[in-house]
Design a protein around this ligand. Structure first.
Ligand SMILES: CC(=O)O[C@H](CC(=O)[O-])C[N+](C)(C)C
Length: 299
């Protein structure tokens, strides 16, 4: 697919870190809303739901906690998203290199997809515990009960109470979410970059609006397949111990209590966030890569 400029793994890693920081700054407020909507208790006859939808959650969060309430739980992702995206872009680059047997032969769509999948396997090592801590903190902020004073306290308590298994609770669901979605994410971005590059020009000269468009669409498609396992993951990772017997039990319970639409809980917040956050992410990556190429062309 298209022209393949070879990028050093170190440059992919550093530019990926910058991409992660951009993703987080542009996307965290809507991520908080997404997790609160996904995990709020269901209404019983005697009870009303806390949030009726995306705007209601936004309004209540800002009026009760101020604008900073939307940035709750950002400590863990701040330390996690930049390295996660660094590893993601590194893994994607590595996947491409491993499959590039002939430098003159462009990679196929399947090979690009598989390179993205490899990135998803690599990132799960830090994403699974990062998401566990982030979700617990985001949910505790809306529950009113303070159990953890911050990300580190949360990690230490989980570890002390039940060991590393508890810190890594939700790993299989993270893999189910991130392996195929990373494949689709990078395939969409690379495909659109090539598609949007005018005849005779290089993809590296693509204009900023086109990079934003390709990144934003990649983010949206990523979430169309990532959201159902994400809902299951958020519920599993924030549930009291012993509530679910396993992944199938989370799925069965959700389908029984809320029907198939329950798998798309938080849809508005996710899709409102996906475009700007991922557009910012890929733009951050491309700008950082250009900067690195200018500073250290021979790396
Ligand atoms: C599911 C997810 O976390 O997607 C990431 C982008 C985003 O919107 O947070 C991208 N990635 C596919 C690299 C995990």
């Amino acid at each position: 697919m298209g022209e393949e400029a070879k990028v050093s793994p170190l440059k992919n890693f550093i530019a990926g870190g910058v991409a992660g920081a951009c993703l987080l700054l542009a996307g965290h407020p809507l991520d908080t809303i997404k997790v609160r909507l996904q995990t709020q208790p269901k209404a019983s006859c005697a009870q009303y739901v806390i949030y009726t939808g995306t705007y209601d959650c936004f309004r209540k969060t800002v009026s009760k906690e101020g604008i900073l309430g939307l940035y709750k739980g950002m400590g863990a992702p701040l330390a996690g998203v930049a390295p996660m995206m660094a590893i993601s872009f590194f893994g994607f680059g590595l996947g491409k290199q491993l499959q590039q047997t002939d430098p003159d032969k462009p990679l196929t769509h399947t090979q690009i997809f598989l390179s993205g999948c490899l990135a998803g396997v690599f990132t799960t090592v830090i994403v699974a515990p990062g998401e566990r801590i982030k979700c617990l903190l985001q949910v505790q902020a809306s529950s009113g009960k303070v159990r953890y004073s911050g990300p580190l306290d949360c990690a230490v308590r989980l570890y002390k109470q039940q060991g590393i298994r508890s810190v890594y609770k939700g790993t299989v669901l993270t893999l189910i979410r991130d392996v195929p979605s990373n494949g689709l994410y990078f395939l969409t971005y690379e495909y659109l970059k090539n598609f949007l590059t005018p005849e005779g020009q290089s993809v590296s000269q693509l204009s900023t609006p086109k990079i934003l468009l390709a990144g934003g669409v990649a983010g949206i498609l990523n979430w169309t397949i990532a959201l159902p396992p994400d809902v299951l993951k958020s519920n599993f990772q924030t549930a009291a111990d012993g509530k679910y017997r396993g992944l199938v039990d989370v799925l069965r319970t959700l389908l029984r209590e809320e029907g198939p639409t329950g798998l798309y809980k938080g849809f508005n917040a996710v899709f409102l966030r996906a475009f700007p956050a991922n557009a910012a992410c890929f733009l951050g990556f491309e700008v950082a890569l250009k900067g690195l190429n200018a500073i250290a062309p021979s790396w």
